[in-house]
Every structure is written in structure tokens, then in C-alpha cells.
Ligand binder design. Structure first.
Ligand code: EPZ
Length: 426
């Protein structure tokens, strides 16, 4: 098992370029199953979630080739199975997109409940509600979700909860269904727009993404397409917060600043000076910081995926800040780890009360989810002494070479193989 060792009190300085968005990439890859023609996907991040998706595609019978620069060609003409291998599906959340994609392609799918970060209960009832409304039968048998439709028909679906996954999954199933599907109370995340752009390039008729009403007119066949994944707004935000927290000076390139509006607004409110260009954001050296009240909400609210990194920044701000998590019930597992580093954080229901302004100190800590893990890396960069983080496979699921890129910017992070004496008792 690997772990990270971080020598703290280093500032982040220089320039970094942002990769393609994980949460768009993990949906556009399964979307390629909706055509028998070849699909090219560019600007994919090199992260484990993507490697697993490729393995699943191959197991289903698709041919996948990766070009030298990392672009992917997917040829799913030979797909012969509607059963993604459980051992791969269990590893990550986004495998749930094989439900909509295989239902659209094969009319059926058998898949275990998806794995992924433990953020409290993560039901898929809204996905199921959508598939059922479109005429599919859904059964749960021996841990497998079995979904089958003689004929998928367009339907009018009102989501009870704003869900990124359900919105995309219904869009995938609806692309080749008979007739028109309307999703009301749809999620509006930029990643959803990106998936619709690929589908439309393949010949689908999807309109309204980015608003809360999406309309999909099903077509009988989809063709090949080439698609360039949008920049990762969460990776962008993570670097912005790392630079702001360490008091650094960082140019973040190849981004869509508009997708960061809620983050830009909150960082400015906190006193972080930012310059914004057409496809770049610069975090400038900061002076005084001010406490903030952060509330996570579906897009365009402050992203839940940046809640943990933002909390680390707020530990550096004198005064009391509040962070309310309104998207996931159990997304505060990083708090105990931050407390081990001396952070003064009290949890009251879904709100964290942060008494900031104290020096973090190094400690052996554990990443228990992807974004919480990234937050701990930032905390390690702020701490006095040497911080050791285990559980870094969570971080590798969503950030390409995070520590190498931070090291180029002035961090001092080493990846080592874990030995017993680092984490006594293991
Ligand atoms: C996606 O998860 C992202 N994952 C998450 O990113 C992100 O945090 C989340 O959207 C919110 O933005 C991927 O894109 C692969 P939801 P998802 O369905 O689709 C409830 C990261 O770190 N809900 O929008 O699972 C649910 O419990 C990851 O990159 C239902 O009740 O999120 C939650 O409270 C973590 N029933 C809320 O809705 C359902 O059927 C939002 O979940 C579906 C969801």
C-alpha cells in the first residue's frame, strides 16, 4: 500500500494546466456504447476510474485503443454482453452509467449496485424511477440490479431529488428510446451539458441541458463522433484553494472560469485575490482572510466536491466560519482527520463550525474519499512538520498525478510504500 509524506509549510507557485473533467469523462465513455460506430474521446484524465471504465468496455466486447497522447478510440460494434463484471463495477460509483447506456444499446443490463466514495447513503431510486417510467422492468436479485425493456419509450419524468447521475442515466437511456423524454427538476452541472454534446454529435436530439428541463427526442440509431472533454472544474477549484490556503501565487490554465462562478465568488468573499481571463484563473498572493459561510448545493451552487478543500482553507482564517453540506448526508469524514492535525472544528448536524486561524500540525491521517483526500493533502502542505496520508488510492481515482504536479509548484510530497512503523498497529 502506498502513502504520501508531505513536508509542510510550502507555498504553491507557478502555472498548472487542468485536465479533462472526471465526472464528464466517466459518463461519455459508457455513452459510446450507444452506437455501433467508432467514437473518439480526447482530453481524458489519466485516473483509475477511467482505467476501470476501459476494462469494463473491453469485457463487454468493445475494442478500445489508446493513442499516444491519451486519446481514446472506442469501437463497440462487437459488444456481446449486457453484464459488466461485478468486481470492476464495485470499485467506483460512475459504473452506474452502464445502466442507461446498456439499456439503450441492448435493452437490458445486469449490474451490481455501484461502489464509490462513502458519503452517506447514496440511493439510485431516481435512476430506477426514470427507467421504469420508460417501460423497463427493474428487479433486484442476489445483489444484482436487473433492468430489462422490451421497448424503451419516452416518458415525462419529474425527479424528486436533483441528481447528476439520474439525469445523465435517463438521458443515455432516452437517446435511442421511441418518442420524447422530458426530465424535469434535472441537474444542471456542466458535465451533463458535456455528455449531451457528445450524444448530439452522435446524432441524438437532446435540448435544454444546463437548465432544469431537458428534452430528448429518441432516434433509432446513433453514429460515430469525436469529443473533447471539458476541463475539470473540481480539479481547478482544488488547485485554487491549495494556492489560496498556502498563500501562494498560481496561474491555472485551460479552464472554463464560468463553471467556477460559485467558487470564485466565495474565495473573493474570503479575501482571496483572483484575476480571471478567458481560459485561465490566477490566484494572487493574499493578505488578510475573512471568515465565510459556505453552503453546498447542486450547480450553480457551491460544489459539494469542494466542501472539504474549502474547509481546510477556512481553518487558516481567524474567526468562525460555517460549512453546511446540503447534498450528501455523510460527507464530513475528513473532519476527524483534520482534528488530528489540530483543526478546531465542531459538527452540528450537517454544519461544521470552524474556529480558524490556528497552525495545523502534522499527524498520520487517512483519506476516506476522493475530495476529502485532496483536502488532507492541502492540510499537509499547511502543517508544521511531516504529515503522512494513507488511503491515497481514493485520491488516484480522481486526480491525475496530484503530488507530482503539486511538487512542480513547490510542494514537497513523496509517495512511499507503507511500512508497519508509519502506521503503528496495522
Ligand atoms: C455525482 O454523484 C458525482 N459523481 C459526485 O462526485 C458529486 O459529488 C455529485 O454528483 C454531486 O455533484 C459522478 O459524477 C460520478 P447525485 P452522484 O445523484 O451522481 C441523492 C466526486 O468526488 N440521490 O447528484 O452520485 C444522493 O443521495 C464525486 O467526484 C437520491 O436520493 O450524485 C445525494 O444526496 C463524489 N436518489 C443527492 O441526491 C438517487 O437516485 C445528489 O446525488 C440519486 C441521488
Amino acid at each position: 500500500m502506498e502513502h504520501l509524506v508531505i513536508k509542510g509549510k510550502q507555498k504553491i507557485r507557478g502555472a498548472v494546466s487542468i485536465n479533462g473533467a472526471k465526472n464528464a469523462a466517466v459518463a461519455v465513455i459508457p455513452a459510446s456504447l450507444l452506437t455501433e460506430s467508432r467514437v473518439k474521446i480526447e482530453n481524458l484524465p489519466k485516473i483509475t476510474d477511467i482505467f476501470w471504465l476501459i476494462e469494463i468496455l473491453k469485457a463487454l466486447g468493445a475494442k478500445v485503443s489508446v493513442e499516444e497522447g491519451g486519446d481514446l478510440w472506442i469501437d463497440s460494434a462487437g459488444v456481446h454482453s449486457f453484464k459488466p463484471p461485478p468486481e470492476l463495477v464495485n470499485k467506483f460509483r460512475a459504473s452506474y452509467y452502464f445502466m442507461g447506456a446498456l439499456l439503450g444499446r441492448c435493452g437490458q443490463v445486469e449490474i451490481p449496485m455501484p461502489g464509490g466514495c462513502n458519503l452517506g447513503p447514496r440511493p439510485i431510486d431516481q435512476h430506477i424511477k426514470g427507467f421504469t417510467a420508460m417501460g423497463a422492468r427493474v428487479e433486484l436479485e442476489q445483489g444484482l440490479v436487473k433492468i430489462k425493456a422490451e421497448k424503451l419509450r419516452g416518458a415525462h419524468i419529474y425527479l424528486d431529488v436533483i441528481s447528476v447521475g439520474a439525469t445523465i442515466n435517463i438521458m443515455l437511456a432516452a437517446a435511442r428510446a421511441e418518442g420524447k423524454t422530458i426530465i424535469e427538476n434535472a441537474a444542471k452541472e456542466p458535465e451533463i451539458v458535456d455528455v449531451a454534446n457528445l450524444l448530439n454529435a452522435m446524432g441524438a436530439q437532446v435540448i435544454g441541458t444546463g437548465t432544469d428541463i431537458i428534452k430528448i427526442r429518441g432516434v433509432s440509431e446513433l453514429g460515430g463522433a469525436e469529443h473533447n472533454v471539458i476541463p475539470d472544474r473540481i480539479e481547478t477549484g482544488t488547485f485554487m484553494i491549495a494556492a489560496a490556503a498556502t498563500g501562494g501565487d498560481l496561474l491555472i490554465e485551460d479552464v472554463i472560469p464560468k463553471h467556477l462562478d460559485p467558487v470564485i465568488a466565495k474565495l473573493r468573499e474570503t479575501g482571496v485575490p483572483l484575476a480571471i481571463g478567458p481560459d485561465w484563473i490566477k490566484v494572487l498572493p493574499r493578505n488578510a482572510l475573512y471568515p465565510a459561510d459556505v453552503k453546498t448545493f447542486p450547480y450553480p451552487g457551491f460544489p459539494t466536491d469542494l466542501q472539504a478543500p474549502m474547509m481546510v482553507l477556512l481553518t487558516q482564517v481567524p474567526g468562525v466560519s460555517l460549512v453546511s453540506e446540503n447534498v450528501f448526508e455523510g460527507r464530513f469524514r475528513h473532519v476527524d482527520e483534520l482534528k488530528k492535525m489540530g483543526a478546531r472544528i465542531k459538527l452540528e448536524g450537517r454544519t461544521a463550525i470552524i474556529e480558524g486561524g490556528s497552525q495545523l500540525i502534522s499527524a498520520p491521517i487517512k483519506a476516506t474519499d476522493l475530495r476529502g483526500g485532496a483536502a488532507l493533502v492541502i492540510a499537509g502542505m499547511l502543517a508544521e512538520g511531516e504529515t503522512t496520508i494513507e488511503g491515497i488510492e481514493h485520491i488516484d481515482r480522481g486526480y491525475e498525478h496530484l503530488e507530482e504536479r503539486l511538487n512542480l509548484l513547490g510542494a514537497k510530497i513523496e509517495r512511499r510504500i507503507m511500512t508497519k512503523d508509519v502506521f503503528p498497529g496495522k
